[in-house]
Every structure is written in structure tokens, then in C-alpha cells.
Design a protein around this ligand. Structure first.
Ligand SMILES: *Cc1c(COP(=O)(O)O)cnc(C)c1O
Length: 488
């Protein structure tokens, strides 16, 4: 299976090249030239299989130029011991017909561990020369990528995070990372500045040629990030059917708290592969670019970015939407190129009526305000004794709003994207009606007391851990700091 550019501006490449390149060097993203499918029978056969077995079935369809043995070994070392749950991503029943998929049992307490335990191991088997992995993070990708790439042979990793807009916990998780090949940079700007800066470097071949290394990405613009995420929609569906919560073949709704549109896109691929999914509910916080887009057909990034209690979703340019639109236009690189040129130039574009209609059949966009998010955390804790993190709470609220608009009757799977302890001040604010900002560790202890949930291993010793990284750089200083780090 080959991968092609959403903008039709590059030759087709193998899966291993797509992962090594990260994104299309001239702009655009790699997508599989066709989406492989599972028959109903094949899906039924997977019931009762282990996560690793299902991962193998899914990934070998996409990563075709890796041998079965390589994939098997990589999957094994990624998922055998690094997740605290036997199922890797366990499901939890919130109420009849509503289930959370806990995606955060990996080393850094956010869903990105699932792809980022796998992808660095795979990349290290593919690379021909030293690879510098550049990462833009709104908070969670950074740490998950650092853990994934730490001391992986043949790689170096540089993470850029927006200085003022990650949580203190997220910042400490990143700046205390060990490893001889890691660097962490606080950028004076927001996440979009980090992401645009990194994307510029990928498109700048002259700059790249200053270095003997090759550059790649661990963001969800990289296909290697997305493919492993497809697996958990299938395994969680099968967990529920094994528990008798649904029949194999029964359609479900999937709700995904969304920022860069990566996680929901992987659910879209699972749907295309044959998983019986009715609607994907795209849940946004107050940065509701996507909710507006799915309502109106106009993507308009000309607005202030708001800082919310769900910082991983404080994003105005949702990169992976491009892949979704590529598929929904029936693979039309010309339309995609013109929309994204217009996004570059004017910060907005409008899709045609036919594409809008097709999108409506698959996706429902909603958003939750800050007040709604905190109210949801508090209410769900009262009713069910379950502490939601703010991102997951956005998902739950959007699911409720969706239920008010349409006749629902389908079982819902809601992605739980982070362990609540990771955002303890916001969660405690919701549970206590007091402000905890700036008292992260107190909030952490208080939340543990209140809920009886043990503190996740990645947060436990953070207070005492040594700070190892203190680079900062101005918004337009990404190239200089990369030079400084790589020539060190
Ligand atoms: C990254 C992240 C999201 C958003 O995922 P995307 O793939 O960027 O849409 C949601 N919740 C948490 C906790 C995250 O870390």
C-alpha cells in the first residue's frame, strides 16, 4: 500500500517513507491510497483477541512494507508492559448505553502514549540516517513523544511548547525528562505558532540541508501517529460486545474531544474500515472553529485563541481536517490545495455544498463552554463517582448536547483522553468551587484524597524531580534554536 499527498504535489511513497518524512515536504499530508476494509466476519473473529493481536491485524494492512515479524516485535514491546491495564485501553460504563474508553493508562497519562509508544520503536527500525524529530505540543504530545523517543538509537527529539499555555504539570513532565537525545523548548507564542513554526521547517529544504540528519515529526501530521490509534476503536467496540453491552454489527456513536483532529480522524478510518459507527461527534471547547465549521461549512481561524481548562484542545488550525476533507471530496487534491491556500492567505475557506452534505452524514460538531465543562465534571462526579478530566468532560457535555438535537438510541463510546490527575487544579475547581491555580501539587493530593484514585505514576514524583531543560525561544526563533541544539 502506498501513500499519496492530499495536495497532489508529491510522488507516492511507502508507509516507511511516509513515517520517516512526517509530512509531505512541499506541504500536504500523506494519506493511504485506499482504506483497507474488514468484513463483518473478520471483525467477529477478533472478538476475544488481545489488544496486541488486533493491533497486528490492523497495522499490517497499513504498514505494508514492514515485515510481519518486525510489526509483531514492535507491537509486543510497545504494549506488553508499558500500559497499566491488561486491555491497554479499558472501557468503563458510565450509565446504560454510555461508555468511556480510558485511553490514558500509558507512561504519561494521556492518550498520545498509545501511538507514541509504538511509533518511535517502528521508526528506529526504518531509519537510514540519524533523524531529528520535531514536535509541536499543546501539552500532552510533548511528554508522550519524549518518553517514546528517549534514548531511542539513531534519533534526537526537540519539543516546542507554548510557554504560557500548558499546565504546570504538563510543563514539569516535559522539562524533567532525562535521556541523552532530548531537548525541550518553551516558545513565546501559542500552540498554533509552535505548529506553524515546525511545519515551516519541514517545508524548508534549504534549512534542512544545513544538517546531516533527516527531519521528521511525531505530531499527528505523521501517519505513524495515526495508524496505531485506529486500533483502539476496534478493541473497545469488541470489549463491549464481549461484555454483552452491544451486539457485533450494532452501530455506535463515537464521541471524541478534539484539537488537531487526529484522534477523531483515526476513528473515521476505523469507520471506513468497517467498524459499525453511526456518527462521530467532534467535541470542541470554547475554541469552537471545528463546531462552527461542521455547522456552516466555513472554516474560519480569524479569531482569538482562548485559554481553557482543556489546553490540549486550544487550537485554531486543526491539521488533520485536511485528510478528512481529502477523503470526503473523493480524493480531490485540487480542491484541497485551493482551500488550504486560502486558509494560509485569508485564514478561512468554505467547502462546496456536496462536500458539506457528505460531511454531515459522518460528523456532528458540538462545543462546550468553560462553565459547562466544569459543571459536567462536578455533576458526573456526584452522579457516578467518576472524576472526568476537563478534555473528557468537554466530550461528555458535547455528547449530551448532541443527544438533545437528534433522536439517539445508539450506544455511545466517549474517548477519555487524559487521567484527571494531570489536570488536578481544574478538576478540583469543579469539585470544590475554589480556585487551585498555582497550587498544583496540593490539588493533586486533594483529588487523590477525595476520589481515592492513586496518583498516576508519571505525576507521583514530579515535585522533587530535577529540571533538565530550560531553553526558551521567540516566536520566530525556531530555526536558530534548532541550530544551537543540534550543533551542541
Ligand atoms: C491531544 C489531546 C486531545 C486532542 O486530540 P487531537 O488528536 O489533537 O484532536 C484531547 N485530549 C487530550 C487530553 C489530549 O492530550
Amino acid at each position: 500500500m502506498k501513500y499519496e499527498s492530499t495536495r497532489g504535489n508529491f510522488e507516492k511513497v511507502t508507509s516507511s517513507e511516509a513515517i520517516q518524512l512526517g509530512m509531505v515536504p512541499k506541504g500536504g499530508l500523506f494519506v493511504p491510497e485506499r482504506v483497507p476494509e474488514f468484513s463483518e466476519k473478520e471483525i467477529r473473529e477478533m472478538e476475544g483477541e488481545k489488544y496486541r493481536e488486533i493491533a497486528h491485524r490492523v497495522l499490517r494492512k497499513f504498514l505494508t512494507n514492514f515485515s510481519g515479524e518486525t510489526l509483531g516485535k514492535t507491537i509486543d514491546s510497545s504494549y506488553r508492559e508499558n500500559f497499566e491495564a491488561e486491555e491497554v485501553v479499558p472501557t468503563v460504563k458510565l450509565e446504560e448505553g454510555v461508555h468511556l474508553i480510558e485511553l490514558w493508562h500509558g507512561p504519561t497519562a494521556a492518550f498520545k502514549d498509545v501511538p507514541l509508544q509504538f511509533m518511535p520503536r517502528l521508526l528506529s527500525r526504518a531509519i537510514e540516517r540519524e533523524t531529528v524529530v520535531l514536535v509541536a505540543t499543546s501539552g500532552d504530545t510533548g511528554k508522550a513523544a519524549l518518553e517514546g523517543f528517549k534514548d531511542v538509537k539513531g534519533t534526537r527529539i526537540i519539543v516546542f511548547y507554548p510557554k504560557e499555555s500548558v499546565s504546570r504539570m504538563q510543563e514539569l513532565q516535559m522539562t524533567t525528562t532525562g535521556g541523552s537525545n532530548t531537548a525541550v523548548v518553551a516558545l513565546e507564542g501559542d500552540f498554533d505558532d509552535c505548529q506553524n513554526g515546525v511545519k515551516d521547517v519541514f517545508a524548508d529544504w534549504e534549512f534542512q540541508s544545513e544538517f546531516p540528519q533527516r527531519f521528521s515529526s511525531a505530531n499527528s501530521i505523521n501517519w505513524g501517529r495515526l495508524a496505531p490509534q485506529i486500533v483502539y476503536w476496534i478493541t473497545s467496540y469488541l470489549q463491549l460486545s464481549a461484555k454483552g453491552e452491544l451486539e457485533v454489527e450494532e452501530e455506535v456513536d463515537i464521541v471524541v474531544p478534539t484539537g488537531n483532529f487526529g484522534d477523531i480522524l483515526s476513528a473515521y478510518y476505523a469507520r471506513r474500515m468497517g467498524l459499525p459507527v453511526n456518527k462521530l461527534v467532534c467535541a470542541s471547547n470554547e475554541n469552537r472553529v471545528l463546531a462552527d465549521f461542521f455547522r456552516t461549512g466555513t472554516y474560519d481561524a480569524n479569531r482569538e485563541l482562548k485559554r481553557t481548562s482543556s489546553p490540549a484542545m486550544d487550537i485554531l488550525i486543526s491539521s488533520n481536517l485536511e485528510r478528512f476533507l481529502y477523503h470526503e471530496t473523493g480524493r480531490d487534491p485540487e480542491r484541497i490545495s485551493s482551500w488550504y491556500e486560502s486558509l494560509d492567505k485569508d485564514g478561512r475557506f468554505t467547502v462546496d455544498g456536496k462536500t458539506k452534505e457528505r460531511m454531515d452524514r459522518v460528523i456532528h460538531g458540538e462545543y462546550a463552554t468553560e462553565d459547562e465543562t466544569l459543571e459536567t465534571i462536578s455533576r458526573i462526579y456526584e452522579d457516578h463517582g467518576y472524576p472526568l478530566d476537563p478534555h473528557t468532560a468537554v466530550g461528555v457535555k458535547c455528547f449530551e448536547k448532541y443527544g438533545e438535537r437528534v433522536e439517539r438510541g445508539k450506544t455511545a463510546l466517549i474517548a477519555s483522553t487524559a487521567n484527571p490527575h494531570k489536570f488536578a487544579p481544574a478538576v478540583m475547581k469543579a469539585l470544590s468551587d475554589r480556585e487551585w491555580e498555582g497550587r498544583e501539587f496540593e490539588a493533586l493530593d486533594e483529588l487523590k484524597e477525595k476520589t481515592g484514585w492513586p496518583i498516576h505514576r508519571s505525576l507521583r514524583n514530579l515535585k522533587e524531580a530535577e529540571i533538565r531543560h530550560d531553553y526558551t525561544c521567540p516566536r520566530d526563533g525556531i530555526r536558530d534554536i534548532i541550530r544551537k541544539i543540534l550543533r551542541n
